[in-house]
Design a protein around this ligand. Structure first.
Ligand code: NAD
Ligand code: TYD
Length: 350
């Protein structure tokens, strides 16, 4: 095997798309997926590659130092691509410490394990940390986040991700650990847990339930097809300059209300309902506390350094996404029963 790579959080949304991509594209890389299988982790996402000879799954916690020690010893990793995290802003508002535990302590344990095993020979090693644009805070009507934008996190989720980014940089400057960080905008596509806006909306339209829109619905996000994010990670994993940060974005800003209306129309068309009828399900609900108004990424650095641009146009990606969730209704049903139903009732109680 040419490389031995630890991917953390590979049973989640972006992680499973990334694991499938790496396992298929690089048969000469050993891919070890470490995931705690929290509510957000789902091995069903990985069915198509679970028997691949270059792939192994390990159920475990990134904050478990003894497990990390054992895995680094056993697999002699040359690279880490770190995605495992608590990732939902609304959950961070009700349980911030869970975010500190995984995103801050877990990330730091992982950094320590990599340092311990790579110290003395950093050549051909890389700790790649996958982060979010939310660390930069919020924008007004104009402007973009660049790699120089000062950090200004405003939710417990973004504060924990900002903290993890700082630890990654601290390990670079203090110990020389070879690191790359990317900060990406909102992703969409297959395998996203239906607590997040896009799959939640598609699921509610399917079930003809109210579609909850926070506040005035004019909050703006920059949406990126998950496959484009995966391609950017692949490029940066192989070519990213050590110690550098790269922004990744879709150059595709949508106000929530406009996006939800489009999803209604696309889903109606797919389901053979009168187009526009599902818009009646839109319900304005109480706002998220500390809700960031607008995110927008300037990805010029990634474009000029690596030649990366997003390939999938928003309208095509949103249509494909609607089609994917409607074709995977069992997948949605499995996730939206049980514990998730309880979370939903509590989160959306007025
Ligand atoms: P996700 O919630 O879908 O998946 C997270 C995965 O991490 C799950 O499989 C979960 O089981 C696992 N996990 C959680 N705690 C763990 C622990 N202590 N040990 C091991 N595994 C654990 O998240 P996602 O949307 O796929 O995001 C992945 C990464 O990308 C995160 O670091 C997130 O901050 C970042 N990111 C996400 C987006 C987005 O739009 N989804 C955008 C930018 C950056
Ligand atoms: P989300 O998918 O949670 O991503 P993030 O908060 O990390 O950007 O939410 C995307 C946007 O949609 C955000 O502005 C909050 C809003 N939103 C709603 O209006 N209703 C909902 O039920 C959810 C989950 C999100």
């Amino acid at each position: 095997m040419k490389k031995s790579i630890l991917i953390t959080g590979g049973a989640g949304f972006i992680g499973s798309n990334l694991v499938i991509h790496f396992v298929r594209k690089y048969p000469d890389y050993r891919i070890v997926n470490l995931d705690a299988l929290t509510y957000a982790g789902n091995l069903e996402n990985l069915k198509e590659i679970e028997g691949a000879p270059n792939y192994s799954f390990v159920k475990g916690d990134i904050a478990d130092a003894a497990l990390l020690e054992k895995l680094f010893g056993e697999y002699a990793f040359t690279g880490v691509i770190h995605l495992a995290a608590e990732s939902h802003v609304d959950r961070s508002i009700t349980d911030p410490l869970a975010f500190v535990r995984t995103n801050v302590i877990g990330t730091t344990r992982l950094l320590q394990a990599a340092l311990q095993h790579w110290q003395g020979d950093f050549s051909d090693k890389l700790f790649y940390h996958v982060s979010t644009d939310e660390v930069y805070g919020t924008l007004g009507e104009t402007g973009y986040f660049t790699e120089e934008t000062p950090y200004d996190p405003r939710s417990p989720y973004s504060a924990s991700k900002a903290s993890s980014d700082h630890f990654v940089r601290a390990f670079y400057h203090t110990y020389g650990l070879p690191v790359v960080i990317s900060n990406c905008s909102n992703n969409y596509g297959p395998y996203q847990f239906p607590e997040k806006l896009i799959p939640l909306v598609i699921n509610n339209i399917r079930e003809q339930r109210p579609i909850p829109i926070y506040g005035d619905g004019k909050y703006t996000r920059d949406w990126l097809w998950v496959g484009d994010h995966v391609e950017a990670i692949d490029l940066l994993f192989h070519k990213g300059r050590r110690g550098e940060t790269y922004n990744i974005g879709g150059n595709s800003e949508w106000k929530n209300i406009e996006l939800v209306e489009l999803l209604c129309d696309l889903t109606d068309a797919e389901l053979g309902r009168p187009v526009g009828s599902s818009r009646q399900l839109i319900t304005f609900v109480k706002d998220r506390p500390g809700h960031d108004r607008r995110y927008a990424i300037d990805a010029t650095k990634l474009q000029s350094d690596m030649g990366w641009t997003p390939k999938v146009k928003a309208e095509d990606g949103f249509r494909q996404t609607v089609q994917w969730y409607l074709a995977h209704q069992d997948w949605l049903d499995n996730l939206t029963s049980g514990a998730y139903r309880k979370y939903y009732e509590k989160q959306y109680a007025q």
